[in-house]
Design a protein around this ligand. Structure first.
Ligand code: FAD
Ligand code: SF4
Length: 469
């Protein structure tokens, strides 16, 4: 019986070793392990896993091809719905999506769908001559149309890739010096290797003909209006993400040694501050406090630990309410991160030179559930705690960067500063489409990728109609 086989454990770097390096924690499956795990799938007629996948990957079909040893066939099935499988196989919250709904999970352990997707994608990345990408569907009228894509995160890459496959002449404009969005500047190397995975997935999108121009900040270097009126782009996709960090607005946040998680992770990941010869080293101190409890907080905490700091995560609710993935919390604990829960910073204390020396915190207890459905933290009067620390990293969430909306008259946004779109991904300005975190606020890679693909189809539709007009 296929479902009597226990879930195949994945090999990982030992915690005591990995806390001293930035190499990938999870080694993934080898071929034998992947085929054995694939054989556990029941190939359900009405697959609940597929319904829970935000982009509806044909999960039983790709797994059955894999179980038969047809890795390229499995890759072709995945490629019909996903443009970035090696990335999504690593960072998707599968426990809340496909694996969380797998029928085998009701009585035992779900099929390791994410690890199988990763195995297929990695194997195909090593076989560039036999790409799993569907054949381009170009027409000569599409080839004459130029589309501008702003930002180079997963929403933009997916949108650009699909449009290039349809024959459009696509140019991505990215404000940073490297393409990839959060995939390169946010998610750390030890969860998502940059050269081995992200750069190769980007290369495969460039191989479709997509041009990438870095160091161009749309709204500052050039305006959207000029892209259409002067540069001759027929349509535009905005995938500028949600990279504006939030702070607590407590005293002491401008002291030396206070970072947003975005800044800390960008310096570490993108600027490679962990290398001994880094041009922009980072001083995080012997003791670091990370404020927040989401995945970004875990990434910042685990990165700081690898830079040699003793790290404490300060969170105002209890561990049960931590929004981070259970796997990330587990890995963080294995790596020696301390969790101080029911604790809320109220002031950052500095020394006479203006450097952080500690966090003054309010002790909390849980009350009734709030609008998020979680029990609300309530201050315990008179109960305070001082935590000595040399750095504070604020990981409290992010909002869309307001520059593009401010510099584009007529581009409607909602109360949270997110770009407003209709059901066809169209913004308030004709010919301009948007998707990903810039529209939803901070979300996930797969949702951003799905939004980019939906927008590509809408842009194609728009261009066809404009040709007929
Ligand atoms: C630290 C961290 C860890 C995360 N971990 C996970 C995870 O494990 N799993 C998961 O699914 N999701 C994770 N996420 C969320 C996920 O990465 C995002 O939801 C996703 O990257 C959003 O994609 P996007 O294309 O909308 O934007 P982004 O990836 O944010 O890319 C936007 C790009 O646009 C560029 N840009 C912005 N403004 C301009 C402009 N005016 N001109 C030109 N370029 C511009 C930015 O420089 C950036 O490169 C994480 C996020 C962070 C910050
Ligand atoms: S629900 Fe689980 S067992 Fe059924 S098809 Fe999906 S992965 Fe296979």
């Amino acid at each position: 019986m296929a479902n009597n086989i226990p879930r195949v454990k994945v090999r990982e770097q030992a915690p005591e070793e990995r806390v001293h390096n930035f190499e990938e924690v999870c080694y993934g499956y080898n071929r034998d392990e992947a085929l054995l795990e694939a054989s556990r799938c029941l190939n359900c007629k009405n697959p609940s896993c597929m319904k829970a996948c935000p982009v509806s990957i044909k999960i039983p079909l790709f797994i059955s091809k894999l179980a038969q040893g047809d890795i390229q066939g499995a890759g072709r099935v995945i490629a019909e719905d996903s443009s970035l499988p090696a990335i999504c196989g690593r960072v998707c919250p599968q426990e809340n999506q496909c694996e969380g709904s797998c029928i085998l999970g009701k009585r035992g352990e779900p099929v390791a769908i994410g690890k199988l997707e990763r195995f297929v994608a990695d194997t195909l990345l090593d076989m560039p001559a036999q790409s799993a990408a569907p054949a381009p569907n170009s027409t000569s009228s599409n080839q004459s149309k130029r589309i501008a894509v702003i930002g180079s995160g997963p929403s933009s890459l997916a949108c650009a890739g699909d449009l290039a496959k349809m024959g459009y002449d696509v140019t991505i404009f990215e404000s940073l010096h490297k393409a990839g969005g959060v995939l390169v500047y946010g998610i750390p190397e030890f969860r998502l290797p940059k050269q081995k995975i992200v750069e190769r997935e980007i290369e495969s999108i460039k191989a479709l003909g997509v041009k990438i121009k870095t160091n161009i900040f749309i709204g500052k270097s050039i305006h959207i209006k000029d892209l259409m009126e002067r540069e001759g782009f027929s349509a535009i996709f905005i995938g500028t993400g949600a990279g504006l960090p939030r702070f607590m607005n407590i005293p002491g946040e401008s002291l030396n040694g206070v970072f947003s998680a975005n800044e800390f992770l960008t310096r570490t990941n993108l600027m490679r501050a962990y290398l001994p010869d880094a041009e922009t080293p980072i001083i995080s101190g012997k003791e670091v406090c990370v404020v927040g409890g989401g995945n970004v907080a875990m990434d910042a905490a685990r990165s700081a630990a690898r830079l040699g700091s003793k790290v404490t995560v300060v969170y105002r609710r209890t561990e049960a309410e931590l929004p981070a993935r259970a796997e990330e919390v587990h890995h963080a604990k294995e790596e020696g991160i301390i969790f101080k829960t029911l604790t809320n910073p109220i002031e950052i204390i500095g020394d006479e030179r203006g450097w952080v020396k500690g966090l003054r915190c309010q002790k909390m207890e849980l009350g009734e559930a709030d609008e998020s459905g979680r029990r609300a933290p309530i201050a315990i009067e008179g109960a305070e705690e001082f935590i000595p620390t040399e750095s504070v990293i604020m990981a409290l969430g992010t909002a869309p960067n307001p520059v593009i909306a401010r510099c584009t008259p007529g581009l409607a946004t909602n109360k949270k500063g997110c770009i407003a779109i209709d059901e066809n991904c169209a913004t308030s300005i004709k010919g301009i489409f948007a998707g990903g975190d810039a529209v939803t606020g901070a979300a996930t890679v797969i949702l951003a990728m799905g939004a980019g693909r939906k927008a590509a189809a809408a842009i194609h539709n728009y261009c066809q109609q404009e040709s007929l007009a």
